[in-house]
Design a protein around this ligand. Structure first.
Ligand code: ASP
Length: 572
């Protein structure tokens, strides 16, 4: 107080109370109240009255204590008695309010992203992102990693998506692909002896845009030589702990580890959210063969036990939940519930097929008590397990079981190497084609039996936090023969493999060290650390759900001259 200060910023709002005019000025550091006194300085006060929202101003004055304080604001105890005001630039009336609860819809805010970015929460998010990148660099640098840039104009890298392609003017009829990740380059860097590499890097994937996917996103991409899984898990568990401690002052305990099979069995997901229980229970041994046709015909019957809601969860709630599981995105045929009421009676969709004692016994066998509801799904095993996993997450959302600021990281290990794709009738790499099988499973690679091939485990791991996949990686194949066999299993002919990845196979013939790595989804990490569900809120200029940049209006058509220059003729 008592100091003369100069503040520059944007007019958040102004209130004219006759004798006094109050103006809130906003900059990157917050909002401060300016006060203009009609009696003390009439011309200045009149000038202040003309200020519209988002005018850019500079005000000089003395900091004084406020008579009516605003405890909701960090600067709420003071105001500036202005003696000098400059309008640096006027502004049109913005199309939406620049406030936390803005009245602007998504598309409008995307179009005027520079206005949306003026909101303090978005500014904080972007600053957080910058600090997270800095701390990542600090940690990795102190562990001997070198940041190395890899090219954007490359040849396809298979990460399971389509490539964005870029026509080459100098090589007519030929195309570059934008990297889906720097995967092959980082492996080549290991062959080149760079030993510990990282890069905070853009990746490009032309995917059908599901909610919260971006065609370009950022990874913390890493690779190390002469390592085993354990070295990688330790190093990157360390990085994660460092980031949480530095940015959030949260000290994470040692990360639990779980195999892929266990995660699927207990949570119906390979990225389980451990912030709440409600684990999947196998109901087969109880309900199969009980004479109820839906159960008898199902390959698998599973249940979750939802604690303490038998009395409060209404039939209407259950009806809504049934509709929810039957939505095509989930695809269950129906939902069976068993309410174990506190008075010992039972209410159930299958009440007419089974007596209360049986249902109560079933419930107790899987650990339910009076007051709980069992939710049961039945059908084909793999599908039903996933549906059950979705239902578990949905119940947690509906019952608001998640505490703010709770972080539950874990490693998921032992992923299958291959995934059978019914549509194409062939195997895909579950992680990517450079992932090494576990040593003890290597002999299985020569099998022609689909089931044996499906059972091959990979030296692959995911870092999961709060049900989101934050990172994924693997120990790589560094042996030319094994890599060829893997390409073969994935349906690449020898020629295709050499055409696409000859450079890597070639490099493997010149002393490739054993190596492995991981990539973190940087945008997702920002979002999860801040309890946001959308990565868009941490990307300065994101694309919308159709992959459009609404602000610059891209993608857009190019001129016939440009097309001609590129040698591209027919574009529909
Ligand atoms: N390139 C992989 C990915 O983008 C990560 C890795 O295996 O290191 O998921």
């Amino acid at each position: 107080m008592g100091k003369e200060v100069t503040l520059s910023g944007w007019v958040q709002k102004s209130r004219d109370l006759g004798g006094m005019t109050f103006v809130d000025v906003r900059d990157r550091y917050g909002i401060t109240q300016l006060v203009f006194n009609m009696e003390q300085n009439t011309p200045l006060c009149e000038e202040a009255r003309k200020l519209g929202r988002e005018f850019v101003i500079q005000a000089t004055g003395i900091v004084v204590e406020r008579s009516s304080k605003n405890s909701a604001r960090p600067t709420g105890e003071i105001e500036i008695e202005v003696s000098e005001l400059k309008i640096l630039n006027p502004s049109k009336v913005p199309p939406f309010t620049i406030e936390e609860n803005t009245d602007g819809g998504d598309d409008l805010r995307m179009k005027f992203r520079y206005l949306d970015l003026r909101r303090l929460s978005l500014q904080n998010n972007i600053v957080f992102r910058s600090k997270l990148a800095l701390e990542t660099r600090n940690y990795l640098d102190s562990h001997g990693f070198v940041e190395i840039e890899t090219p954007f104009l490359i040849k396809s890298t298979p990460e399971g998506a389509r490539d964005f392609i870029v026509p080459s003017r100098l090589n007519r009829g030929e195309f570059y692909a934008l990297p889906q990740s720097p995967q092959t380059f980082k492996q080549i860097l290991m062959v080149a002896g760079m030993d510990k590499y990282f890069q905070i890097v853009k990746c490009f994937r032309d995917e059908d845009l599901r909610a919260d996917r971006q065609p370009e996103f950022t990874q913390i991409d890493c690779e190390m030589s002469f390592v085993h899984i354990e070295d990688i898990l330790q190093t990157f568990e360390g990085l994660t702990k460092h980031l949480f401690s530095r940015l959030l002052r949260v000290n994470l305990p040692e990360f639990p580890r779980m195999t892929y099979d266990e995660a699927m069995r207990r949570y119906g997901s390979d990225k389980p959210d451990l912030r709440f229980g409600m684990e999947l229970q196998d109901f087969n041994h109880l309900a199969k063969g009980s004479g109820f046709v839906v159960f008898d015909q199902a390959e698998w019957i599973g249940a979750i036990c939802v604690k303490g809601i038998a009395e409060t969860y209404s039939n209407k709630d259950l009806k809504e939940l049934t509709d929810w599981v039957q939505r095509p995105q989930i695809g269950a045929r129906g939902l069976v519930y068993i309410k174990l009421q506190s008075d010992g009676s039972v209410r159930s969709t299958i009440g007419k097929f089974f007596n209360d004692d049986t249902l109560m016994y079933w419930g107790k066998s899987i650990g339910a008590e009076k007051g709980d509801i069992l939710l049961i799904l039945a059908g084909e095993k793999d599908k039903t397990i996933k549906q059950m996993g979705e239902l578990r997450l949905e119940m947690a959302r509906r019952l608001e079981l998640v505490k703010e600021g709770d972080f539950k990281p874990l490693w998921v290990l032992d992923f299958p190497l291959l995934e059978w794709d019914e549509e194409t009738g062939r195997f895909h790499a579950m992680h990517h084609p450079f992932t090494s099988p576990r040593k003890e499973d290597i002999p299985k690679l020569t099998s022609t039996d689909k089931e044996v091939l499906k059972s091959i485990r990979a030296d692959a791991y995911d870092l999961v936090i709060n049900g989101a996949e934050i990172g994924g990686g693997s120990i790589r194949i560094h042996d030319r023969q094994l890599q060829s066999r893997n390409f073969d299993l994935l349906g690449f002919s020898e020629k295709e493999a050499v055409d696409q990845f000859g450079f890597l196979l070639g490099a493997f013939e010149y002393g490739a060290p054993p190596h492995g790595g991981i990539a973190f989804g940087f945008d997702r990490l920002c979002a999860v650390m801040n309890g946001y569900s959308s990565i868009r809120d941490f990307i300065a200029f994101p694309k919308n759900n159709q992959g459009r940049d609404m602000m610059i209006d891209a993608p857009s058509q190019i001129s016939p001259e440009q097309l001609k220059e590129l040698g591209i003729k027919n574009v529909d």
